[in-house]
Design a protein around this ligand. Structure first.
Ligand SMILES: *Cc1c(COP(=O)(O)O)cnc(C)c1O
Length: 407
């Protein structure tokens, strides 16, 4: 058969179905007829979506539609095991459930807001210590406390798009007998392949690029090591947040267009980046590798593309509310990775739980905007941004003038 390409594997995800259906069925059953021990003749093998235990029994344990997602995503990552969860946060919780009381986790300092919420609330209660590391790329094994069980990273980070050296983080983790977990949501296996760089767990919020249409929450954890996989599998069953059959179908449906969507998003993001870099009202543009030469080198080494999330800082003479109100195609909302372009203000939206000090440490100013680029025609997006800059320039003063003249 030969090795199929990534794009083909995205499409060819339908498991064998006895009806010949070319898209996977949504199996809603909560429970399945159990084989009768010692019955003669022995029960026929399960016809479709066989999971690793070979059959289906109860939906929290396994489900044919969910198994199809897990098989498809494992194939894209060339991983042995994948487990699908109700949300990205459920997937992250499952990975953290493998850390025991008295152990420590090191995390890169700008992690996803929900992950920060988890560790700051649940690690202390579970007697797990943690440290936020500003520069994982400079971390040395001798700096890592002996009780460290896991290093947890994202690359690029959100919303400043800093690059974390995955191979380096894996090497340091393994030198001290710890595991490396990476949230690969922003890049996907299409652009970045953490297992090939030494990662032990790869995590996704499939809500974003994998599903890609802003209509489903989903998460995945992948692992190659049998023991680690077993622990994640236990969390999937016992913590009780597996992906539902309908949501499994939505992820499978989205997955088929992953490559065409991401190709278009990358192209659009590149054009918008060039526009922003040249715009006089933009004081900084952040994208993977933009921070310094070292990060640019790491990014080039470990990733096939910048992705389609970028952030930028707008000049003081741009009135932010007027800028946002002038947008029509571009939605003002959190989330990313979908077909529609979304703009957000991290300081008041995705990172609103941080205080001023934490925001400053994470490099999130009040003038920073994050853009998650979609698949629209780039010319329309550029025209809209251009117009928004025009109408919002000096708008604060104009508003003041108006209110003065009225009084
Ligand atoms: C959205 C997101 C999550 C959480 O995913 P949910 O599906 O919303 O639970 C985790 N990590 C990253 C990087 C994300 O963008």
């Amino acid at each position: 058969m030969g090795e199929r390409s990534f794009a083909t594997r995205c499409v060819a995800t339908t498991p064998f179905d006895p009806t010949g259906a070319v898209v996977p069925a949504i199996y809603l059953a909560s429970t399945y007829a159990h084989p009768i021990p010692g019955a003669c003749p022995p029960p026929a093998p399960m016809p479709c979506g066989t999971n690793e235990e070979g059959g289906h029994s109860y939906q929290r344990w396994s489900n044919p539609t969910r198994a199809a997602v897990e098989i498809a995503v494992a194939s894209l990552e060339d991983a042995k095991h994948a487990y699908a969860f109700a949300t990205g946060m459920a997937a992250i919780s499952a990975v953290f459930s493998t850390v025991k009381a008295g152990q420590r986790v090191l995390l890169c300092s700008s992690i996803y807001g929900g992950t920060f919420q988890y560790i700051s609330n649940f690690f202390p209660a579970r007697d797990i210590k943690y440290d936020l590391i500003d520069d994982v790329n400079a971390l040395r094994a001798e700096d890592v406390p002996a009780d460290t069980a896991m290093i947890y990273i994202e690359s690029p980070t959100n919303p400043r798009l800093r690059v974390v050296d995955i191979a380096h983080a894996a090497e340091v983790a393994h030198q001290v007998g710890a595991k490396l977990a990476i949230d690969n949501t922003f890049q996907t296996a299409y652009l970045q392949r953490p297992f090939e760089l030494g990662a032990d767990y790869v995590i996704y919020s499939a809500t974003k690029y994998l599903a890609g249409h802003g209509d489903v929450l989903a998460g995945l954890v992948l692992a190659n090591d049998e023991e680690l996989a077993e622990q994640v599998r236990l969390a999937q069953v016992a913590l009780g947040a597996p992906l539902s059959p309908f949501d499994s179908y939505s992820v499978l449906r989205g997955l088929k267009t992953l490559v065409v969507r991401m190709d278009r998003q990358l192209e659009n993001a590149e054009r918008i980046r060039e526009f922003l870099l040249a715009h006089p009202s933009v004081t900084a543009v952040h994208y993977p590798g933009s921070e310094n030469a070292k990060e640019a080198e790491i990014q080039a080494k470990q990733s096939q593309g910048a992705g389609s999330v970028l952030s930028f800082e707008i000049a003081d003479d741009i009135h932010l509310p007027t800028f946002v109100a002038a947008l029509d195609i571009i939605g003002y909302a959190v989330s990313l990775g979908g077909v529609e372009t979304l703009l957000c203000h991290p300081a008041s939206m995705t990172h609103a739980t941080m205080n001023d000090q934490e925001l400053a440490a994470a490099g999130i100013s009040q003038r920073l905007l994050r853009l998650a680029v979609g698949i629209e025609d780039a010319s329309d997006l550029l025209a809209e941004l251009q117009r928004a800059f025009q109408v919002s320039k000096g708008a604060a003063e104009r508003c003041l003038d108006n209110s003065n003249s009225e009084s």
